[in-house]
Design a protein around this ligand. Structure first.
Ligand code: RIB
Length: 330
């Protein structure tokens, strides 16, 4: 067995054996998903396949992906009073996610309308529903549980005051905070930058954040990454993961740059692959893996997710990911 494969399997085992708890604060959505041959143009009606309602939401997905690997995860957020709330909490609990701190509010849970084309690409429209009720007061109401985390995951599908409060609480207690700037905003509050430790973005989001030009023909493999790392340092991050789609990712860890190779698969549906990548990074950090080691494993876990439909419904268990590594990694 190659050293790379042995290491990946060893890191996967370390995650499953780890006692540290991952905290994830944010969104849960029922994903109303339809497959189409191609995306419709504005004003056009096209026929799709049968509609499926699938468990999603970036934070729920991150938590579910980590839990499926065997990590201990606690999810913080809000569900509504509709039938989707039961469906979402049941799927999360069956993936192994701790759901005891999730608040119930009157009204609809978060929903999305998703189309997936024949290349596995998607478009998503997000309606926050109960996710919009997650605020700083809620974070304070769960602060004792939140402080049990050994690492915290945040994204921007929740109101900014809740995201900021969670970041401040955890960062202030030396709990590393990983921020996924998604759905993307290009004007992150300085307080949020100061209270997050690691940034996770894709290449286009990074370019917009740093106000740098994108390379010709989208060729990010030949850009000056040392320069970009220095710009990220000036922006406020010495630790970051920049995903490059089918070209893998780049990791900046304590200012040092490294390359993560892609794992090639035939993609059926890329919905939630980024969230499974983030869930695996959180799992790796909780298990004391380096950011680079966590991202290497995340590349495999996210590639596996692209081979199935939906977000949480496509995530691999510990055994499925171990088999995938055995087969795909030479
Ligand atoms: O990242 C994928 C997720 O984004 C979907 O599950 C959907 O709910 C949206 O939040």
């Amino acid at each position: 067995m190659s050293t790379v494969k042995k290491q990946l399997l060893n890191h996967l085992q370390m995650i499953a054996n780890c006692d540290g708890q991952i905290g994830v604060v944010g969104s849960m959505n029922a994903d109303y998903t339809v497959t189409t041959e191609r995306f419709p143009h504005p004003g056009e009606t096209i026929q799709g396949g049968p509609m499926s309602v699938l468990p999603g939401g970036k934070s729920g997905n991150q938590a579910a992906s980590a839990a499926r690997l065997g990590a201990r995860v606690h999810l913080f957020g809000a569900l509504g009073s509709d039938s989707n709330a039961e469906f979402l909490i049941t799927s999360l609990a069956s993936a192994g996610v701790g759901t005891g701190s999730i608040r119930r509010v009157a009204g609809p849970s978060g929903t999305t309308m998703i189309t997936v084309d024949s290349n596995g690409e998607n478009t998503i429209v997000y309606s926050p529903g109960s996710n919009a009720t997650v605020d700083a007061e809620y974070i304070q109401s769960v602060v004792d549980d939140l402080k049990q985390s050994s690492v915290l995951g945040l994204c921007l599908e929740s109101p900014m005051d809740a995201v900021l409060e969670a970041a401040c609480v955890c960062h202030g207690h030396n709990i590393p905070v990983l921020l996924n700037d998604s759905p993307f905003i290009d004007s992150l509050p300085q307080d949020l930058i100061d209270n997050t430790d690691i940034l996770l973005v894709n290449e286009h989001e990074m370019a917009q954040l740093l106000k740098v030009n994108e390379p010709k023909e989208d060729d990010w493999t030949h850009v000056d990454w040392e320069f970009l790392a220095s710009r990220l340092h000036r922006f406020g991050y010495d630790n970051a993961v920049i995903t490059l789609g089918a070209s893998g990712s780049r990791v900046i860890e304590n200012g040092m740059l490294s390359v993560i190779n892609p794992v090639h698969v035939e993609a059926i549906d890329t919905t939630g692959c980024g969230d499974s990548f983030m869930g695996t990074i959180l799992s790796g950090l909780a298990a004391n893996l380096s950011l680079h080691e966590s991202a290497e494993l995340a590349s495999c876990v996210a590639a596996y997710a692209a081979t199935g439909y939906g977000a949480q419904s496509s995530y691999g268990s510990f055994e499925q990911i171990a088999d995938f590594i055995e087969q795909k990694i030479s």
